[in-house]
Design a protein around this ligand. Sequence first.
Ligand code: PXG
Length: 283
Amino acid sequence: MKIFLNDKFVDQSKAMLSVFDHGVLYGDGVFEGIRAYGGKIFKLEEHVERLYESAHTIMLKVPMEQKELCEVLKKSLKVNDLTDAYIRLVVTRGVGDLGLDPRKCPKASLFIISDKIQLYPKAIYEKGLEIVTVATQRNVPEALNPQIKSLNYLNNILAKIEAVNAGYQEALMLSHSGYVTECTGENVFLVKGNQLLTPPPYIGVLKGITRDVAMDLGQRMGLDVKEDLLTRHDLYNADEVFLTGTAAEIIPVSKIDGRKIGLGKRGKITQRLQEDYHALTLQ
Ligand code: PXG
């Protein structure tokens, strides 16, 4: 496998970062997870734009122009002979000294890994996923805004560990005031009657690109799509609940905290959204 590292493609065995890279020492950096379908990168500009926005907020200069970066991302598929792939794009603060000060890091590091991904077993996409609420709360936006797609994923990893320890594959995270935020790597939606609802970004969620697509598809279906504060009670009593993410795509949720959601299997709206989403990825 060929990895793009800073300015060129190198063999996987040669793709290495310094132990002084602040991405490693402090999780100081940003990233994107992007998918390609049939040789075409899905929502490429949106992902690249979000990366630059995350970088801007942490005052990190991406060492490449947006347009050039898009071209390199496309090339990373070609050199690896991939048409359906998951692309991990990472920009770190770069090499510095053993202090936090980012001014000691003159140049950001950038790398791109293009590989295959299958997060969840295929059966889940029909059967639905059983998830559980965890005690670890989502980061408060006032401390570390979840809208920054940063290399600091310990908040999510702690939640994931709790879910896994409890025997589940995914965790539902709440805000410090108890509202629903998101899962560790997916946004969450509910369907109730004609309404399609998802938590607003200000509660502390990543503004997912798949989330945007799902909202758009919902609107086109004639659903009343809204961002709203949601409680666990709202989720437990929804007709349908599903998760969205680039890697996960659209996953039905069959049970939350032991409560059956709707009929306890994939709902009709979720199925239609999955179908419409797949059609869109192949356009
Ligand atoms: N929330 C969080 C916290 C995420 O990390 C999403 C929502 C969905 O966003 P997009 O833009 O992809 O629709 C993400 C992104 C993994 C994994 O291995 C998941 C993400 C990123 C990297 C790895 O589960 N999810």
